[in-house]
Design a protein around this ligand. Structure first.
Ligand SMILES: C[S@@+](CC[C@H](N)C(=O)[O-])C[C@H]1O[C@@H](n2cnc3c(N)ncnc32)[C@H](O)[C@@H]1O
Length: 236
């Protein structure tokens, strides 16, 4: 029998390291698989319209989509994640990329470094500090592609589900442990405001719904018109 969480039940979100061992297990976590497929599709489309040159960074990379898509034209590719366990999924890309353990909220790079920053399913660090770091490290005229579970999905699904809570992604591990991970999903208007407040220009917002995501579908995304949202941002 399910029940809503009371504020007394709310727990402090943990690190992705605590779920890394099974994050990419599609049978155990089909919603993560559906989100990743949607995010890949948004990123692939964005890469068709973004000029390629100079250095590219994927932040919060996990099993990096930039590594998987291996876009041609960049001189250097850096994959960064705060979790050593999550970035280890990108070890297979070490011939084409440098792997870095670091914090999206304090990027270990000089200003004006990148021609492209990719942040796929980047809701764990989606806040003003991250966007200020994007503004600082992007070159003038350069781009950021950011994807996140949609606000429609997060607000409807998380509101009605037992054990879910706003501001967190809920995971139940193989062992039955309940884990909450940080997740900051904003309505489009406040996401736009956050991006623009950092001095960046929002060029495009695109959404992917259930119909465009390869099956099998997690029951958690069924019937949702917008599952993952993609933002293309430019430093102008
Ligand atoms: C939802 S997962 C997405 C992983 C990967 N981008 C993908 O699409 O499969 C979020 C990732 O962000 C990383 N992360 C969370 N907080 C971070 C931070 N402050 N700095 C850098 N990475 C962070 C996590 O370790 C995790 O790998």
């Amino acid at each position: 029998m399910s029940r809503a969480l009371s504020s007394a039940d709310r727990v402090k979100p943990q690190s992705y390291s605590s779920v890394a061992a099974e994050y990419y297990d599609a049978e155990r976590h089909p919603t993560c698989r559906n989100f990743r497929d949607a995010s890949r599709s948004l990123l692939r489309d964005a890469l068709c319209i973004i000029p390629r040159s100079g250095s590219a960074l994927e932040v919060g990379a996990g099993r990096a989509l930039l590594g998987e898509l291996a876009p041609k034209g960049f001189d250097r590719l850096i994959l960064l994640d705060k979790s050593e366990e999550m970035i280890s999924y990108s070890r297979g890309f070490n011939q084409i990329a440098d792997l870095v353990v670091g914090d999206a909220l304090s990027l270990p790079f000089e200003g004006n470094t990148f021609s492209l920053i990719v942040a796929s399913l980047a809701d764990p660090f989606n806040g003003p500090r991250f966007w200020n770091e994007v503004r600082r490290t992007l070159k003038l005229g350069a781009y950021c592609v950011f994807t996140t579970p949609s606000y429609e999905w997060a607000s409807s699904f998380r509101m009605r589900s037992a054990y879910e809570q706003q501001g967190a992604a809920f995971f139940q591990t193989r062992e039955g442990e309940r884990i909450y991970l940080p997740s900051f999903v904003e309505p489009e208007a406040s996401q736009r405001k956050m991006i623009e407040s950092a001095g960046l220009h929002l060029l495009q917002i695109t959404s992917i719904g259930t119909a465009a995501i390869p099956e099998p579908h997690s029951p958690k995304i069924r019937g949702c018109e917008s599952v993952v949202s993609g933002y293309i941002v430019q430093r102008t």
